[in-house]
Design a protein around this ligand. Structure first.
Ligand code: SF4
Ligand code: SF4
Length: 195
């Protein structure tokens, strides 16, 4: 007879996810009925192997391999799944928690290239496209996009809009939020992992 060895903590993954979920567990994850409505509207599921229903099923079964699964990186956080779920569940939020777990394990190669956006928030208080992506931008959208970027201040003035650069006191406040929320530390940790 085959003996099944139980894990030390058979609900470790599920409990870890629950710890980080902002919505009450009463509302969502335990009430997932695996109906697949989230998958039927998920744009990522239409184009890739990612499937929010399957991802949630694996979390509910405490399948820790889901954290290492490439497909969790295909969700692009549109929250459409959340808007249709009959149980008030939020597949998107669960997915974001799994990604943070993957990052904690040092799986940073997929997001390292986004750290310049984080730097921009820290320096200017807003997310601007890092210079290293200008070439890609031109190749995707044509050279006009750079003209608009370079002339943005004049375009804004002609529309009666003010300066888009935030004043120092606003940048300092945002800086404080990023520091106290752990955002800065997280960005530095991701950069450190890549070395
Ligand atoms: S998360 Fe909601 S929509 Fe998706 S399978 Fe579960 S109950 Fe259905
Ligand atoms: S948030 Fe992610 S899982 Fe939900 S519908 Fe959008 S792409 Fe799919």
């Amino acid at each position: 007879m085959r003996t099944i060895k139980l894990k030390k903590d058979p609900l470790k993954l599920l409990n870890d996810v629950l710890k980080h979920l902002k919505a009450s567990p009463e509302l969502g994850i335990f009430k997932c009925v695996q109906c697949g409505m989230c998958s039927s509207v998920c744009p990522a599921a239409k184009r890739t192997d990612y499937d929010p229903k399957e991802m949630l099923g694996r979390v509910l079964q405490d399948d820790e391999t889901v954290v290492d699964d490439d497909t969790i990186w295909y969700c692009f956080s549109c929250y459409t799944c959340n808007s249709v779920c009959p149980s008030g569940n939020n597949a998107c939020e669960v997915n974001q928690i799994l990604r943070q777990m993957a990052i904690d394990k040092g799986d940073v190669q997929r997001i390292e290239s986004f750290t310049p956006y984080g730097d921009s928030f820290m320096k200017k208080g807003i997310g601007t496209i890092p210079e290293k992506y200008y070439e890609d931008m031109v190749s995707d959208s044509g050279p006009e996009c750079m003209n608009i970027k370079m002339d943005i201040q004049n375009i804004r003035s002609s529309l009666g809009l003010g300066n888009y650069i935030l004043p120092d006191d606003a940048v300092n406040e945002i800086d404080l939020i990023l520091k106290n929320s752990g955002f800065m530390e997280r960005i530095e940790m991701i950069k450190g992992c890549k070395k």
